[in-house]
Write a protein that binds this ligand. Structure first.
Ligand code: ADP
Ligand code: MG
Length: 341
């Protein structure tokens, strides 16, 4: 095995130099990236959107089963997902990290390899950040900047009565992937000789470890001339996100259980873990799919988007937020979401 280099050997500036060396800038709006006191950006005649997300070791990720490269990728993807949920295009990110003494140069290289890959995939420029030490675990905080044409941003507050409720991809899989990973970790700690059995869970584990932001759908919406009246990304679970849209838009909603997009591996794993798959789909988090509403007139246009499911409709606020079964019976939805405190 090759030697590992302690961070102290290269120091903060050495580390920043390593990071900078691998950065390839893609946007003409990036005038100056890493290397000065601040980055210089020159956006076109657009509105800017800005978002931040913070990931803490032991709270948001567990390095026993999350490789650093995946973590770097995911940290960028979740920020890009927030930009996508505004109907905007990401352009730049900054990355702040706090690193414990036990980390090596090679470990940070891995983390940044994931960040670099995500920057390439989502076409964003890494233009700066901050590096400091941590006495606890690893902290990674990313800020993403994006742009959207004036008036085109999709807010949570724009849903109207009779709008269609749309959802990209499938949901509940990232949550089930986490259940599998936690179980394998317990088994590994009990018996380190044991090899994790992850083959049959490849999709759901991938959904947990390597989520993708749905920029593909944002481009499709634009291509087919669909402007969502409201939009949010599904990070805390469908039920909770739908409640955000309803409360901020002052409307109610009915979604149909039969229409919720489920993946087979998720269904099988839920069965194995004795969990109700519908609960996993409603309350499992971290799918990073997009939940949005469109006017009824856009129904035909939606057929051009193969990975979008119609899951329900917006109603009057007084109707509340409901889940209906195939017999037409409706039950009020409760949002569990993620409790951080
Ligand atoms: P300052 O002391 O002015 O904050 P730094 O030495 O922290 O400057 O940063 C120097 C340059 O390196 C800046 O352009 C900063 O944005 C960038 N930088 C610092 N840390 C990181 C990091 N972890 N990832 C990406 N860029 C970074
Ligand atoms: Mg600094």
């Amino acid at each position: 095995m090759s030697e590992l280099t302690p961070l102290s050997e290269v120091g903060e500036f050495g580390l920043i130099r390593r990071i900078k060396e691998k950065v390839v800038l893609q946007h003409i709006s990036t005038i100056k990236g890493i290397g000065d006191d601040a980055a210089v950006l020159e956006p076109e005649e657009k509105q800017l959107v800005v978002t931040s997300d913070m990931l803490l070791e032991g709270v948001h990720f567990d390095l026993t089963f999350c490789p650093l490269k995946h973590l770097g990728y995911k940290a960028v993807a979740v920020n890009v997902s927030d930009i996508a949920a505004m109907n905007a295009k990401p352009t730049q990110i900054t990355v702040n990290i706090a690193v414990g003494a036990r980390y090596t140069v090679e470990a940070i290289d891995e983390l940044y390899e994931g960040i670099r890959l995500a920057c390439e995939n989502y076409k964003v420029d890494l233009v700066g950040g901050d590096t400091t030490s941590s006495r606890a675990g690893l902290v990674i905080s990313i800020t993403a900047i994006g742009e959207v044409a004036k008036g085109e941003a999709a807010l949570r507050s724009g849903a109207k009565v009779n709008d269609l409720i749309c959802l990209t991809g499938d949901i509940g899989a990232a949550y089930m992937g986490l259940q599998v990973l936690e179980r394998e970790k317990q088994a590994f700690m009990a018996d380190p000789e044991m090899q994790p059995q992850l083959d049959k869970y490849e999709y759901i584990v991938g959904r947990q470890l390597k989520p993708e932001a749905r920029m593909d759908v944002i481009h499709e919406l634009k291509e087919f001339g669909i402007k969502p009246t409201s939009m949010i990304d599904v990070s805390d679970g469908l039920a909770s996100e739908l409640m955000h849209i309803c409360s901020q838009s002052g409307v109610g909603a009915t979604i149909y259980r039969e229409n919720l997009p489920a993946d087979n591996q998720m269904l099988e794993a839920a069965m194995e873990f004795n969990l109700d798959p519908v609960m996993c789909m409603l309350n499992g988090g971290e799918d990073y799919e997009l939940l949005f509403t469109v006017p009824l007139e856009d129904y035909e246009k939606l057929k051009n988007l193969p990975d979008v499911s119609l899951i329900g409709k917006i109603t009057e606020a007084s109707d509340g937020v409901n889940l209906a079964n195939k017999h037409g019976q409706a039950f009020p939805l409760k949002a569990q979401g993620w409790t951080h405190f």
